[in-house]
Design a protein around this ligand. Structure first.
Ligand code: HEM
Length: 488
């Protein structure tokens, strides 16, 4: 709490005035003292000087990483720690290893979190400007083809699950596409040849890094061209950007949990990569409080409608002592919320050749599993043959989406669910207890280091649950390449 308070105090925790900059290895190495300590984790450089005395593992431990790219060390010790959230006020900029090793350098204005900024903001900040010393930016490759009723823009991305934001102007012709991946935002701003109908449909082609945006023409017919390109940009991105979103619909899940369907205020929608989360923030008595939520889908069984795609679904559990969660759970339709762009470190590439997925979730730690299950079910090449969810809750009425999970079991024979209750009543015939070695061994085969790895494990829940499960997995022979812990 003291650390959060310090972050909200307005003090400059970056030590450099908050202006984001590129940092190379030499500059990073100069900040290697307890009273002037920077370190890099997953491409971002943080000033950890003010965090030293707050680090739960102690000053000496944190000192082992300072002045260096501490990504490996950090992951070895506690890959599950949500460093980007804890250190967000300490962000100095992007880590730029020697030329050839990393991506292109940054111009100062790029840290403006343009991914979810409006076109006006983008123009105002001229985010695409490059200084003459910069190498040419990697451009987003795309293709276009059409049929009588529809046109399609195919984007060739770098990863399988990029974050994509689509905005259509009021004239229904002015189309802005923003693709955010690997710390960069690539944009295409197109004035289409003719009007289209909102919303377009975004399809992530399974097993490929291609994304297809299907545009429904307002009037069927042949277009000579797809329109003309107004601007294309590539800018590094390090910051979150908050957008105002409206509560479009509310669905009850159980006695203390709801699903809020949120929409942008204009013709915009965005996708969240698997396992990534957004933040919702609000100010209470002058203090800003935020909480992370992993967007889910409306249903794991029913196909997604075009409208569903334009909405962000958040499963919100009301915690009696949680200021933000109680506030969020009491929102009504048409209320406005502030929601961040997606963030997270999970990459679906770790699932390549893993045919069996074992998911261990406790309480709302279930929400990242929804995206993982949906993604795994879509894999065509190197298909998953087993998706096993072990879901820990206190009582039967706490189980989230119990019916939906049952429906999925009926629909997809690869999917199984085992519920484990810690405070079950006498009528409960399923598993009881908390996570321990015996329970884990009953749900998951041990990993033989001689065998080709075929299983991948996901864990999400409260910190104690995640830590304990992570430790038990290690005992069962799983290495940190075989499992991923989402922050609970
Ligand atoms: C890179 C060098 C780092 C090292 C060697 C290191 C080491 C450690 C160690 C040994 C612990 C104690 C684990 C235990 O008591 O079981 C710990 C805990 C912790 N560290 Fe770090 N740490 C590093 C960086 C960081 C950074 C940059 C952050 C910040 C965001 C951080 C946040 C935490 C947190 C939140 C815990 C408590 C974890 C928990 O209880 O699950 N650490 N660290």
């Amino acid at each position: 709490m003291d650390w959060i308070r310090l972050g909200n105090s307005g003090a400059d925790l970056t030590g450099v005035g908050g202006r984001l900059q590129d940092v190379g290895p030499e500059q990073l190495a100069q900040h290697c003292r307890r009273d002037d300590a920077w370190l890099a984790i997953r491409g971002n450089v943080y000033n950890v000087t003010p965090y030293m005395n707050f680090h739960p593992g102690g000053v000496e431990e944190l000192e082992r990483g300072i002045g260096t790219d501490a990504t490996k060390l950090f992951s070895q010790v506690h890959a599950w720690v949500n460093y980007d959230s804890i250190l967000k006020k300490c962000l100095v900029g992007r880590y730029r290893p020697r030329s050839g090793e990393g991506s292109s350098p940054t111009s100062p204005e790029v840290g403006l979190g343009v991914f979810l900024a409006t076109k006006e903001e983008k123009e105002k900040h001229n985010v695409g400007r490059n200084t003459p010393t910069q190498p040419p930016p990697r451009k987003l490759r795309y293709d276009w083809y059409e049929q009588e009723e529809r046109g399609s823009i195919v984007l060739y991305c770098q990863t399988q699950e990029p974050s994509v934001k689509v905005t259509l102007g009021e004239d229904n012709k002015d189309l802005l596409l923003l693709v955010c991946e690997k710390g960069e935002i690539q944009s295409l701003h197109i004035l289409l040849e003719n009007d289209i109908v909102w919303p377009p449909r975004l399809i992530q082609i399974p097993n490929s890094s291609k994304v297809e945006l299907q545009l429904k023409k307002s009037k069927p017919g042949h277009w000579k061209t797809f329109g003309h390109l107004l601007q294309e940009n590539n800018v590094p991105s390090t910051c979150l950007h908050y957008s105002k979103m409206k509560v479009n619909n509310i669905f009850s899940v159980n006695y203390n949990t709801k699903i809020l369907a949120l929409s942008y205020l204009d013709q915009t929608f965005s996708t969240t990569p698997v396992g990534h989360h957004v933040r919702v923030r609000n100010v209470f008595d002058g203090e800003e409080i935020e909480r992370c939520y992993t967007p889910i889908c409306k249903s794991m069984v029913e196909p997604q409608s075009e409208e569903d795609q334009t909405l962000i679904y958040l499963m919100v559990k009301k915690y009696e002592t949680g200021l933000l969660s109680s506030w969020l759970a009491s929102r009504s339709i048409d209320d406005i919320l502030e929601v961040s762009s997606p963030e997270g470190s999970f990459q679906t590439s770790c699932l390549i050749n893993r045919k069996e997925l074992y998911l261990f979730a406790a309480g709302t730690g279930f929400t990242p599993m929804v995206g993982v299950i949906n993604f795994a079910r879509k894999i065509v090449i190197g298909k998953c043959t087993k998706i096993s969810l072990t879901f820990f809750n206190r009582t039967e009425k706490d189980i989230l989406w119990k019916d939906e999970l049952e429906r999925l079991v009926q629909k997809d024979s690869r999917f199984t669910v085992s519920h484990v209750l810690s405070e079950a009543d006498e009528t409960w015939t399923g598993l009881r207890g908390r996570v321990d070695g015996e329970l884990l061994r009953s749900q998951l085969p041990s990993r033989n280091p001689q065998d080709e790895p075929k299983a991948f494990v996901f864990v999400c829940g409260p910190t104690a649950f995640t830590q304990l499960t992570g430790g038990l997995l290690t005992v069962m022979g799983y290495t940190n390449k075989d499992y991923h812990c989402f922050q609970g």
